[in-house]
Ligand binder design. Structure first.
Ligand code: PEP
Length: 257
């Protein structure tokens, strides 16, 4: 519909895969397989913090640098944590926040997600905010209620100008890493609902500008239908982003969308 107001983003989420020495070869191969012209499609790789240095050393990479998490603290006595300052210093322009795996494995609550999101915005890093329902919630008809709540909590106390800089990824938990993708209609229905929520709370100008991605077993075979949906502005891709050919095929489709 109003896609002309937004760019397409194809973001890979490597999760806890690969080692830093594999970054160079992967980026070279991906660059060779990517379309010459991006047509307004931004490509991002969200890698583990240990890989950011290697990714930032790639010259003319045509690939945005993304992280997967930051600490909710600015600095100091927080052993094992990585701050927004640190990832920014390594060139990160994007960072995933609120991924369901972190919510489940690391206890990232809605409050924590809100705190991290604000820190990212303060550091000029684009947050990729993940929201999504469990299979049980979908089966019980609670999808929209849950998503609405997660978005409200994550964006709590943000100004409309800040919200405009957030990328939202709708990732149904039952579709992540399962090979079971939401249908085009299911994904569009939720992404449209997210946009309507943004319109109600922040106005039409903001809601038209926010990029909303779909994530959950997106691959070379199913991306065309998903990316053609009027309220889906790209993808957050896990498994398929680890394979150059698959990821490049999704990028090609994103460059057409
Ligand atoms: C993800 O981790 O954000 C994701 C969508 O994973 P996958 O594509 O493997 O389902």
């Amino acid at each position: 519909m109003n896609k002309k107001y937004r760019r397409v983003i194809i973001a890979g989420n490597w999760k806890m895969n690969m080692v830093p020495s594999q970054v160079h070869g992967f980026v070279e191969d991906l660059r060779a397989a990517m379309p010459e012209r991006s047509n307004g499609c931004s490509v991002v790789l969200c890698v583990p913090a240990t890989h950011l240095g290697a990714l930032s050393r790639e010259k003319q990479r045509r690939i945005g640098i993304g992280a997967q998490n930051i600490s909710q603290f600015d600095k100091g006595a927080h052993t094992g944590e990585v701050s927004a300052d640190m990832i920014a210093d390594l060139g990160a322009k994007y960072c995933i926040v609120g991924h369901s795996e972190r919510r489940a494995d690391n206890g990232d609550t809605d409050e924590l997600v809100n705190a991290k999101l604000r820190i990212l915005l303060d550091h000029g890093i684009t947050p990729i905010l993940c929201v999504g329902e469990s299979l049980d919630q979908r089966d019980r008809g609670l999808t929209m209620e849950h998503i609405r709540y997660q978005i409200k909590a994550a964006l709590y106390a943000l100004t409309a100008e800040q919200v405009k800089r957030v990328v939202i990824a709708y990732e149904p938990i039952w579709a992540i890493g399962t090979g079971r993708t939401a249908t085009d209609e299911q994904a569009q229905e939720v992404c449209l609902a997210i946009r309507e929520q943004l319109r109600a709370e922040y106005g039409a100008l903001i809601s038209r500008k926010v990029c909303i991605l779909y994530g959950g077993s997106m691959n070379a075979g199913n991306c065309a239908g998903l990316l053609a949906q009027p309220d889906i502005d790209g993808g957050l891709i896990g498994g398929a982003s680890l394979k150059v050919e698959d990821f490049a095929a999704i990028i090609r489709e994103g460059s057409r969308a």
